[in-house]
Ligand binder design. Structure first.
Ligand code: AP5
Ligand code: MG
Length: 214
């Protein structure tokens, strides 16, 4: 094992398992899990100005504009719990976001890319339920909660995310191909970069492969 990474970036299409693995790595490394999707959904719940702007984009499967995301992320990364490192889930998602973060990092990040074909993404997202309080994802067949409709971690109620309708999932996948996939080349040319084929593996097998990169 190399020295443990301080900054881990989880890349991958919607539904590829970023949030599921981030929760597992967080427990192991004791680094904060920064999910931009979860932060934005909290802002929507609190009806802040950012939440109102984000809701329009998220509901349609579009990305929230880069300046809003970068401002939000840099504020979060400046909090004391991020001083020793962090796990980024859902950010960066565009080349300008990646370039801005690269100038911010003080050590080289480790990038893990989750690869999953579209049919499996649709299957996973259509049966996903997520905690409305902490964001923890579950799957009705593959990863059900211990008690029906209740989060194992925080006992919050589980809901289907509004952006997990078939129409919005397809739009999110289209936006991913156009705006986020170019990051694979960007990172493979700059930093330690690994791809995991997530199609035939359960979450424990993926986790085992992922930690072998540390
Ligand atoms: P965000 O919340 O980041 O959503 P996403 O990227 O679309 O990814 P998901 O959370 O849907 O999937 P995931 O990869 O976390 O998969 P999960 O672990 O849940 O972003 C939402 C929106 O916010 C965006 O569309 C955008 O509008 C906006 N936004 C956020 N960040 C932004 C940014 N940086 N810039 C601009 N806009 C931004 O797993 C999926 C399912 O599969 C679950 O049911 C899970 O239980 C199951 N599962 C996981 N692993 C396995 C396995 N191995 N086998 C079987 N089932 C599995
Ligand atoms: Mg997620």
């Amino acid at each position: 094992m190399n020295s443990l990474p301080h900054v881990i970036i989880l890349l991958g299409a919607p539904g590829s398992g970023k949030g599921t693995q981030a929760a597992l790595i967080q427990e192991r490394l004791h680094l904060p899990h920064i999910s931009t999707g979860d932060i934005l959904r909290n802002q929507i719940k609190q009806k802040t100005d950012l939440g109102k702007q984000a809701k329009e984009c998220i509901d349609q499967g579009h990305l929230v504009p880069d300046p809003l995301i970068l401002d939000m992320v840099f504020k979060r990364l400046s909090e004391p719990d991020c001083a020793k490192g962090y796990i980024l889930d859902g950010v960066p998602r565009t080349i300008p976001q990646a370039e801005a973060l690269d100038t911010f990092f003080t050590s080289s990040p480790l990038i893990i890319n989750f690869s999953l074909p579209k049919e499996l993404i649709l299957e996973r997202l259509s049966l996903r339920i997520s905690c409305s309080q902490c964001g923890q994802p579950y799957h009705r067949l593959y990863s059900p909660p211990k008690q029906p409709e209740v989060c194992d971690r925080c006992q919050g109620p589980l809901i289907q995310r509004p952006d997990d309708s078939q129409e919005v999932i397809l739009k999110r996948l289209e936006i991913y191909s156009l705006q986020t996939e170019p990051l694979l080349k960007f990172y493979s040319e700059r930093h330690r970069f690994y791809t995991i084929d997530c199609s035939q593996k359960n979450k424990e097998q993926i986790y085992t492969e992922l930690v072998s990169f540390f």
